[in-house]
Write a new protein. Sequence first.
Length: 103
Amino acid sequence: MVIEIARFHVAPEQHKAFFNTFADVKTYVEQAEGYQSHIISREIEDPSRISLLVKWRSYADHVELFEPSKAHQMFINALMPFITGEVEVFHFNAALTSTGGEK
């Protein structure tokens, strides 16, 4: 499993519209080959940043199948009016991570 982290800078007055639009277009991601789950939220340290974490079956499912697709284009185009600056995207291999137990 691979986790994608996408960070968006969104002006605070645009947050409601951004999240409403995300709710309208999230099905493009949810229906993608290899999609497993996602979480989206404002960051605590910088509330003008919104982070989207998506669990994918594999890196290829995200980068080779979803990113070049029309579904991705429609998804990102719907969100772009609310985003300022570059979108940061990076991945990590969850199989190679170490986790602790919950208390």
